[in-house]
Ligand binder design. Structure first.
Ligand code: AGP
Length: 609
């Protein structure tokens, strides 16, 4: 989603800003812009499309400045146009970039219009620029002008303001959208994500909710939400930005699919042995908290939600704890009942998803006993605001369609199931079987990836299809949901997932030869039921693609193609069966020629509602 980079220095900052934007590109955006101040001159360049279009538009005249802000925009208010791209400006003096949504922008717009301000864009952000210009006329001080302005904003903002008449400072404000200050020597920076600033610094101050800060080359002044000047600790970041380049892979997504055996090895390393799990693996005192836990609520969005649904099956079956899973955007806006000794678990790749963060904050008010974040980004807002955290070690995931983050979430949730199960009297047989399953995972994943050619071949049959149906039962139902999401996201083929038992309650009406049916059918106690579901589809002329192991006794014929997945233990089967569905959506998208790593309309990290 939108990205922010800002700098105040003695040197020309344009390359720092552009490199920062490149590092945020994978998050998804549709236009980019930069504002630079040089000797009391303000220049603004914006382009729709990729950051490269902005880079190409920058030259000797407009590409110099010692203070500057840059932005990648993912359109919310107003179409994808150069005028709507950030930075926005007022009086040819102030330039503003903004992540988030100013919800009362209509009211602010009419108020400012009455005061004589002229709006050129359709965005909510332009109200910030004019608001600050209006306040500046009264206070004459940029920090004061921003402090006054934010009092009138409703909604979410991470915003940076520069003023050509105060060329050696930036004023920034954070509420509901992250901002981090990067500390240099004789120069300072700001960004919506620390990764954008790794080429220039590793020392960061993470702003807190409601903070407003003035940043000069040599100082940082922070005012908290109560209006008091505060010191915030600077920390040295050890976060690895290891995305590297695509290497020999055509897309990041394919690279990330193939990285799964290794990143799962990393996720298990020093956490799982054949004897058990490390004590208090999920945070200080986690074993005591798990022992007390009577009820678990899992909150997440998208793919991370699917990981949560899979975990519900595991936690209830193997650990014997009552668990519900809910989409964050639903949870945050309804009244819910919190039983005694409830544990809240959030799952998120980025740790910055607006709805998941809001749900965590709400849960604290509702009196959950404790909170645990399962997350891929150390230092993210979700990790910092949760009482316990557990890092999935997927490494940087660049492809918008989540792959390795999902399977490392699942591996982490299986560890969690064992960890909680141990406190709830899980039998040693179940525990050893799950541990053995976990240890075998990386090798089984390697074997499953060897199906790639066979799946690439099968993908040809989807290229002219508009709709598809994914079926699974038990803990494979969420895997069917995830398979359907992947196909929609990157190939733009409509895909729905159903628990197979629901077929005759409606979706059977859709079956015909133009609606491929994808079935995940591991060899477990539900196999016979799945065989019946397959026959129901066959009887209606449906064409099926079945992923099953050899013993499952599915045979390819004119209406059914069977892909044999390696045998595996029950608990890890959802992780193994995820792989062929990822490969299928990747190869279908490849044939359709879509932008696999940055599919249309989507952002990697959804930091607004
Ligand atoms: C997955 O392919 C999606 N891009 C999306 O559903 C994602 O999982 C969701 O937005 C949640 O993100 P998070 O894990 O960073 O919170």
């Amino acid at each position: 989603m939108c990205g922010i980079v800002g700098a105040v220095a003695e040197r020309n900052v344009v390359q720092i800003l552009l490199e920062g934007l490149r590092r945020l590109e994978y998050r998804g955006y549709d236009s980019a812009g930069v504002a630079l101040i040089r000797e009391n001159n303000l220049s603004i360049v914006k382009r729709t499309g990729k950051v490269q279009a902005l880079v190409d538009a920058i030259d000797e005249d407009n590409g110099k400045g010692t203070t500057g802000v840059a932005h990648t925009r993912w359109a919310t208010h107003g179409g994808v146009t150069e005028v709507n791209a950030h930075p926005h400006y007022s009086h040819d003096r102030f330039a503003v970039v903004h992540n988030g949504i100013i919800e009362n922008h209509k009211y602010l717009r009419s108020e400012l219009t009455q005061k004589g301000f002229e709006f050129v864009s359709e965005t909510d952000t332009e109200t910030i620029a004019h608001n600050i210009a209006a306040n500046m006329a009264e206070t004459g001080d940029l920090l004061q002008a921003v402090l006054t302005a934010v009092k009138g904003f409703e909604g979410a903002y991470g915003t940076v303001v520069i003023d050509k008449q105060n060329p050696n400072e930036m004023v920034v404000a954070r509420s509901g959208s992250p901002l981090v200050i990067g500390l240099g020597i004789g120069e300072n920076f700001v960004a919506s994500d620390q990764m954008a600033l790794f080429p220039v610094t590793r020392r960061f101050i993470f702003l807190q909710e409601g903070d407003v800060a003035k940043i000069t080359r040599t100082s940082v002044t922070i005012i908290d939400s109560d209006g008091n000047e505060v010191e915030r600790e600077a920390t040295e970041s050890n976060v690895q930005h290891d995305a590297g380049d695509k290497g020999t892979y055509r897309h990041y997504m394919l690279k990330e699919i193939y990285e799964q055996p290794d990143v799962i090895r990393n996720t298990l390393k020093e956490r799982v042995t054949t004897d058990g799990l490390t004590d208090n693996l999920f945070g200080p005192n986690s074993d005591v908290i798990f022992e007390k836990t009577n009820y678990i609520k899992i909150i997440a969005c998208g793919t991370s939600y699917h990981a949560g649904v899979t975990a519900k099956y595991w936690l209830e079956q193997y650990a014997g704890v009552h668990c519900d899973v809910e989409i964050a955007s639903e949870f945050r806006y309804r009244k819910s009942f919190v039983p005694d000794n409830s544990l809240l678990i959030t799952i998120s790749q980025s740790g910055e998803t607006a709805d998941t963060l809001a749900a965590l904050r709400l849960a604290k008010e509702l009196g959950y006993m404790s909170s645990l974040a399962i997350c891929n980004v150390d230092g993210s807002s979700l990790v910092r605001e949760s009482e316990m955290s557990f890092m999935t070690k997927a490494g940087t995931e660049v492809g918008v369609a989540s792959t390795k983050a999902f399977t490392t979430q699942l591996a982490s949730l299986l560890m969690l199931t064992i960890s909680i199960g141990q406190q709830k009297g899980m039998s040693s047989d179940v525990k050893s079987s799950m541990l053995a399953g976990l240890s075998s995972l990386p090798t089984k994943l390697e074997e499953t990836l060897a199906l790639s050619d066979e799946i690439e071949d099968l993908a040809e049959e989807f290229a002219d299809k508009y709709h598809s149906l994914f079926l699974g039962r038990g803990d494979q139902y969420p895997i069917a949901m995830e398979g359907a999401l992947k196909l929609k996201e990157i190939s733009y083929i409509h895909a729905e997932a159903y628990a197979s038992g629901e077929l005759k309650h409606g979706p059977l009406a859709l079956i015909d030869a133009d609606m491929p049916v994808i079935v995940v059918a591991p060899n477990n106690e539900l196999l016979e039921k799945l065989h019946s579901n397959v026959e129901e589809v066959r009887a209606r002329g449906g064409i099926m693609y079945v992923f099953a192991d050899k013993e499952s006794q599915f045979e390819s014929d004119e209406t059914m193609r069977v892909v044999n997945v390696p045998n595996c233990k029950d608990a890890i089967a959802p992780i193994i069966y995820t792989i062929p569905l990822q490969l299928l959506s990747y190869y279908v998208a490849l044939i359709k020629g879509t932008d696999v790593d940055q599919p249309r309309n989507l952002a990697k990290s959804v930091t607004v509602e």
